[in-house]
Design a protein around this ligand. Structure first.
Ligand SMILES: [Zn+2]
Ligand SMILES: [Zn+2]
Length: 279
């Protein structure tokens, strides 16, 4: 199995059976919604050419962002039982954007497996794609109906979903690199989200002799300091400017939520990696 896929499967293996059922159901309903949308898109010549035109107007970085948002909403599904609830970055995608990203992903898929479908004249694209898509859909829908128990669900719904997530992850990584000198899967430093910072608790220092690693001064007993979710303590005056630049703990690199799509992808990815490694 590919590395990305096995990392996700390792994380999912830590879920309880009822969490797994819940996850499978939510994935099933979003997958069905996407399939319906794509079927509609491919059956309407007008909607198809409008969406194609919209895709043509997007730059490479806008396309990357589109796929990145789609990836983020999938990662939200996969991590919702693995981390304490955090104020989520809105992943609600407008219908036009959803159409665009679904078509874009279908193009990538087709380009990999059936490149001849796209070598045909422009005017044949919709029919060629419809044909390919309805073949895939037939296979998928027969596996949905034969998946009444969890074991089978896990195989027929979760695995294809996880593989789609892996493909998106690769695409986003590759497109980000292509932009010029990008760091591949490392998306760089981003500020912590204001909502996450405002929600940080103030705690009173109970024991003496602990130092704030940012200013190297002792945190005096009785003083109000900031506690990060990883339980590391800092002076408010020290940690606030820090979180304005990066969303990681200075001691252990625990990641706080951010308002950046790529930062959030990185954070949720680390949640998956850590959960899988606990096993
Ligand atoms: Zn300090
Ligand atoms: Zn920490």
């Amino acid at each position: 199995m590919e590395e990305t896929t096995s990392t996700i499967m390792a994380a999912l293996s830590t879920l309880t059976p009822s969490q797994l059922t819940d996850l499978t159901n939510s994935i099933l309903s979003s997958t069905r919604r996407h399939h319906l949308r794509l079927t509609f898109l491919l059956s309407s010549p007008t909607l198809f050419s409008l969406t194609l035109h919209h895709l043509h107007t997007l730059s490479l970085s806008q396309k990357t962002l589109l796929i990145a948002r789609h990836l983020l909403s999938s990662l939200h599904h996969l991590t919702r039982h693995l981390q304490p609830a955090s104020p989520p970055l809105s992943t609600a995608i407008r219908e036009r954007e959803l159409d665009a990203v679904l078509l874009l992903l279908l193009f990538c898929e087709t380009h990999n497996h059936n490149p001849e479908a796209l070598e045909a004249p422009f005017s044949d694209w919709r029919l060629n794609l419809s044909k390919l898509f309805s073949d895939t859909l037939l296979t998928l829908s027969s596996s949905y109906s034969s998946a009444p128990v969890i074991g089978a669900c896990k195989g027929t719904i979760l695995i294809p979903f996880v593989e789609r997530v892996s493909r998106c992850w690769r695409l986003v990584g590759a497109m980000n690199c292509g932009g010029g000198g990008g760091g591949g899967k490392e998306f760089g430093e981003v500020a912590a989200s204001a909502a996450a910072v405002v929600a940080l608790p103030a705690v009173e220092v109970a024991v003496g002799g602990r130092e704030c690693v940012i200013c190297k001064e002792e945190m005096r007993v009785g003083r109000d300091v900031c506690e990060l979710p990883c339980q590391h303590l800092f002076h408010w005056m020290c940690i606030l400017p820090w979180l304005g630049k990066r969303n990681t703990c200075p001691c252990c690199r625990f990641r706080l939520p951010s308002d950046d799509v790529f930062g959030e992808i990185q954070r949720l990815w680390e949640v998956l990696v850590k959960s899988g490694a606990k096993e």
